[in-house]
Design a binder for this molecule. Structure first.
Ligand code: NAP
Length: 273
C-alpha cells in the first residue's frame, strides 16, 4: 500500500498540491498517493484525527486552517513556532504529530531562484494575514535593511512587528506609503488580487531596480503585477515558484529526499496556461 498524504483546506478544489507532489513522487521514485480534501469549517480537528487514525502519513494545510493546525499538533519546528501557523504536518514514529511551516523558506528559495537579494534590501510587505506571518521571520533572518508592513487594518500589521526580530521595522496603513522612498522589494501578501483588485498604493514606491512579488499566482498576471510593471519595477514575479518550493520542503520533511523544483515550476506554469 502506498503511503497516504493530502492537502486540507476550504475551499481546496483549486489546489495544485496533488499535481505537484505527484511530480515529486515520480521524479524521486517514492510510492505515495496525495489527495485533496475540503474540510468543513467547523470540523478541522476531527478530520485530522480521522486522517492519521486511518493510516495517513502527512498533511499540507491551507486557508483557513493554518492557525488551527498550529494548535492541533504535538510538536512544532521553530519556524512554525514563530509563525503561529502550520502548513505541513508529519506523523512521527511514536505517533505524535509534528507541525512545520514551509511558506517562508519556499519564498526565500524562489527569490533566490530569481536572483532577488534580501540581505540589505528595503522591503515593503503588503498585508498582515497568515501568509505574511509565515514569511516574516525567515525574511528577517536574512538581515534586510528594513521591513515596512502596510495593511488595510494597521493594528494587524502592528501585531506582527515582533516577528521582525532585530530588523528595523514599522507598521502602517496604505496611506502612509505616500511619503516614503522607493523600496527594493515589495511583496504583496494580501488576498485582494484573488478578486481582481489590488491594494490602494501610491506612485513612487518602486524604482527601476525594484522587485515586485505577488504571493498570489494564476493563469494570468495579477492586478498588483500589472501595476508594478507600469510603475517600472525591474522584476515582477508571482507566487507560483514559492508554491512549488514550499511543497518541496514539505516533501523533504515527509520523505527525507529533496525533489528538483525547476522542471516542476515550468510544468505547473504550462499547466495553468
Ligand atoms: P488571510 O490570512 O486571509 O489575510 C488576507 C490579507 O489580505 C489581510 O492582510 C487582509 O487585510 C488583506 N485583504 C483582504 N482583502 C482586502 C481588501 N479588499 N483590501 C485590502 N486588503 C485586503 O490570507 P493569507 O493566508 O495571508 O493569504 C494571503 C494570500 O497569499 C492568499 O491570496 C494566498 O493564496 C497567498 N498565499 C500564497 C502562497 C504561495 O505559496 N504562493 C502561500 C501562502 C499564501 P485585513 O487584515 O485588513 O483584513
Amino acid at each position: 500500500m502506498p503511503d497516504r498524504y493530502a492537502v486540507f483546506g476550504n475551499p481546496v478544489a483549486h489546489s495544485q498540491s496533488p499535481w505537484i507532489h505527484a511530480r515529486f513522487a515520480e521524479q524521486t521514485g517514492q510510492d505515495l498517493i496525495y489527495e485533496r480534501e475540503e474540510v468543513p469549517l467547523d470540523g478541522f480537528v476531527k478530520a485530522v484525527k480521522r486522517f492519521f487514525g486511518s493510516g495517513g502519513r502527512g498533511l499540507n494545510i491551507t486557508v483557513p486552517f493554518k492557525e488551527q493546525a498550529w494548535h492541533a499538533v504535538d510538536q512544532r519546528s521553530s519556524r512554525a513556532e514563530h509563525a503561529g501557523a502550520v502548513n505541513t504536518i508529519a506523523l512521527l514514529d511514536g505517533g505524535e504529530l509534528f507541525g512545520d511551516n514551509t511558506d517562508g523558506v519556499g519564498l526565500l528559495r524562489d527569490l533566490q531562484n530569481h536572483g532577488v537579494a534580501v540581505t540589505g534590501a528595503r522591503i515593503l510587505i503588503l498585508g498582515a494575514g497568515g501568509a505574511v506571518r509565515g514569511i516574516l521571520d525567515p525574511l528577517a533572518g536574512k538581515a534586510p535593511a528594513s521591513i515596512t508592513l502596510a495593511n488595510r487594518t494597521p493594528s494587524r500589521a502592528d501585531a506582527l512587528l515582533p516577528l521582525c526580530g532585530n530588523v528595523p521595522a514599522s507598521a502602517h496603513g496604505f496611506d502612509d506609503l505616500r511619503d516614503m522612498a522607493p523600496f527594493d522589494l515589495v511583496i504583496n501578501g494580501t488576498s485582494i488580487g484573488l478578486s481582481g483588485h489590488m491594494p490602494p498604493l501610491p506612485d513612487g514606491i518602486l524604482h527601476a531596480e525594484s522587485s515586485a512579488y505577488d504571493l498570489v499566482y494564476g493563469s494570468r498576471e495579477t492586478p498588483f503585477m500589472r501595476w508594478s510593471r507600469k510603475q517600472g519595477a525591474g522584476q515582477v514575479l508571482d507566487g507560483l515558484g514559492m508554491l512549488v518550493e514550499q511543497a518541496a520542503e514539505s516533501f523533504l520533511l515527509w520523505r527525507g529526499v529533496r525533489p528538483e523544483t525547476a522542471a516542476v515550476i515550468k510544468g505547473l506554469r504550462e499547466r495553468l496556461q
